[in-house]
Design a protein. Structure first.
Length: 577
């Protein structure tokens, strides 16, 4: 039966590659003809508002879907080896296919109601994939992921309701109205939840409980990029409100800064890469906040290529090291897996924005644009500090994998580099090397004009060099006690290491506060004052007076009448007074 499961994964991989070639040819046609194809089917009409199913084929949707198909095909091909021996490999392959299908709905459909199909589909299938390894840790991570994303789902639903007031759900025909500022706020926060911006960042590292091929797909071109893509599609409507860019730029910069600090002190290989994704999502959101949606889309494409490669390399290393994800256990692996390590460092260099790899063409333009277009000084400082920290944790990863010490307890587990793992990596490595220049010449040759002085042009390079020195210094601290002291210092004085404690605030912290308040309510109210003033208290009150009544029985009737009159007078005084 195993050969059939392998066959399903391979067939779906070939299908994805065929779709990639199809969308590539369609992209050439759309660019040459300079057209946009729009399909619309009216399903029904209620109260003057028609419900339509629309599909748009323009250069944005076709190019993005082509990249999704390329990465999905590589991930499925890699999964056929990585998940070999899994009894549910065919189920896993179909879940990945459903995930890609849901993303395609988000990409091609410009109708807000129909987008919700793909938007909810991404949330549902991602939950199933995160809990694929059936244990309590995966279930906890899956619940955090799905509940955090449900916030965005609810906001999209609210936007649909308010758009009924305008009588149109098509994102290309949105205009300012009486409720437009509410719609803008809902769409912006929905995009932030999907792209894990502060304060919704805690679910992104938690989603690392999923199999590594799923992480490669989720963190490169599907789930986390859906929020950025939604804001790009709504951008012509959202930019009408001045506060949209200000809020988005502020949130994105703070997210980049937080993720960079956390990644420099994280020892889990997959979580370091996840935090780098969070930082790069901040770069994309920051580009939108600066007013350049094209550069945000460009960085989304280049980031998808090298981040998928980075996760596949990490998965291959983890697969051969007794599933250990600790960075300190992967030293000196270059002589055991030269191709994997080479691909890993190419992806790392692209993440740093090294000339002339894919990340350089988009990231460098965004940083130069932030200087050219002008912004708040604090925002610029945090933006360039986050850029330096990206180089720092990337160099730390390279240092530990190339020059780290031998760890003999995993050496017996190193295996050969299989063809079904190497070829998908080489395909993605080609994209990580040549994707930036190719996309620049093909799609973004008419990007914004930027003119800077010599120092400003060299500022990005200078920050990268300083970040590299810091990363080398942190990596060369071999004494574990010194590492612990540095980490304790940062936690004590900055509180920055553990994602500013967002994980505790949004998961266990909330649960503990609710349970503790329930404990107080139980013992103070239910078993405390409420028992005194009702229930058991009434019982004791009645029992006390019942026991005292026989003592009054020897008194005359006059005493009872006097007491009754006194009670009635008190009652009348309270009522009439």
């Amino acid at each position: 039966m195993l050969w059939w499961k392998y066959y399903v994964s391979s067939v779906l991989s070939i299908l994805m590659y065929c779709f990639f070639l199809f969308f590539l040819l369609m992209l050439f046609y759309l660019l040459k003809s300079d057209v946009c194809v729009f399909f619309s089917w009216e399903l029904f009409s209620v109260g003057g508002s028609s419900v339509e199913f629309n599909v748009v084929l323009d250069w944005i949707s076709v190019s993005f879907c082509g990249i999704v198909m390329l990465i999905s095909g590589s991930v499925l091909w890699f999964s056929s080896e990585y998940m070999d021996g899994d009894p549910f490999l065919s189920r896993f392959s179909w879940l990945v296919f459903l995930f890609v299908l849901s993303m395609s709905f988000v990409i091609f459909i410009p109708n807000v109601v129909s987008i919700l199909l793909g938007w909810d589909g991404l949330g549902l299938v991602s939950f199933v994939l995160v809990i694929y390894y059936q244990n309590y840790k995966s279930l906890s991570a899956g619940l955090v992921t799905v509940l955090m994303n449900r916030i965005g789902d609810v906001l999209i639903l609210l936007s649909i309701g308010w758009l009924c007031y305008n009588g149109c759900w098509n994102i290309f025909y949105l205009d300012q109205g009486s409720l437009s500022f509410l719609i803008c706020g809902c769409v912006m926060v929905a995009g932030m939840t999907k792209s894990a911006q502060i304060p919704f960042s805690s679910w992104l590292p938690a989603a690392m409980a999923a199999p590594t091929p799923v992480s490669a797909l989720v963190h490169s071109s599907t789930l986390v990029t859906a929020g950025v893509y939604l804001l790009i599609r709504f951008y012509s409507f959202l930019e009408m409100f001045w506060w949209f860019k200000v809020m988005l730029l502020l949130v994105a910069t703070v997210t980049m800064f937080m993720a960079g600090i956390a990644a420099n002190f994280e020892n889990d290989l997959k979580k370091v890469i996840a935090l780098s994704t969070l930082s790069q999502l901040g770069v994309m959101m920051g580009s939108l906040g600066l007013g350049s949606w094209k550069l945000a889309l460009f960085h989304l494409y280049t980031h998808a290529l090298f981040k998928a490669l980075l996760f596949l390399c990490a998965g291959a290393i983890i697969h051969r090291s007794q599933h250990s994800q600790d960075l300190r256990n992967i030293g000196m692996i270059w002589n055991q897996m030269p191709i994997f390590v080479s691909c890993l460092h190419v992806a790392n260099l692209a993440l740093c924005g090294s000339p002339f790899l894919a990340g350089f063409y988009s990231k460098d333009l965004i940083l130069e644009g932030s200087l050219f277009w002008g912004s708040n000084l604090v925002i610029l400082i945090m933006l360039f500090l986050a850029t330096g920290m990206t180089v720092s944790y990337s160099l730390r990863l390279s240092y530990l994998s190339l020059w780290g010490g031998y760890n003999f307890y995993v050496m017996h587990n190193w295996g050969g580099e299989k063809v079904s793992e190497v070829i998908p990596m080489l395909i993605l490595m080609f994209g990580a090397v040549f994707g930036g220049s190719g996309l620049m010449w093909l799609l973004f040759s008419d990007s914004d004009f930027i003119l800077l002085g010599g120092f400003m042009k060299l500022l990005t390079l200078l920050v990268s060099v300083v970040g590299g020195v810091v990363g080398w210094s942190l990596s060369s601290v071999s004494d574990y006690a010194k590492q612990k002291d540095i980490k304790s210092f940062v936690v004590t004085y900055f509180g920055l290491v553990y994602m500013w404690f967002l994980v505790e605030l949004s998961t266990q912290g909330v649960v503990k506060s609710v349970l503790s308040s329930g404990y107080v309510s139980l013992y103070v109210c239910d078993r405390g004052w409420e028992e005194i003033v009702s229930g058991e208290g009434v019982y004791y009150f009645v029992s006390f007076f019942s026991e005292g009544l026989p003592k009054w029985s020897h008194y005359s009737v006059l005493v009872y009448i006097s007491a009754l009159m006194f009670v009635m007078m008190c009652f009348l005084f309270c009522v009439l007074g």
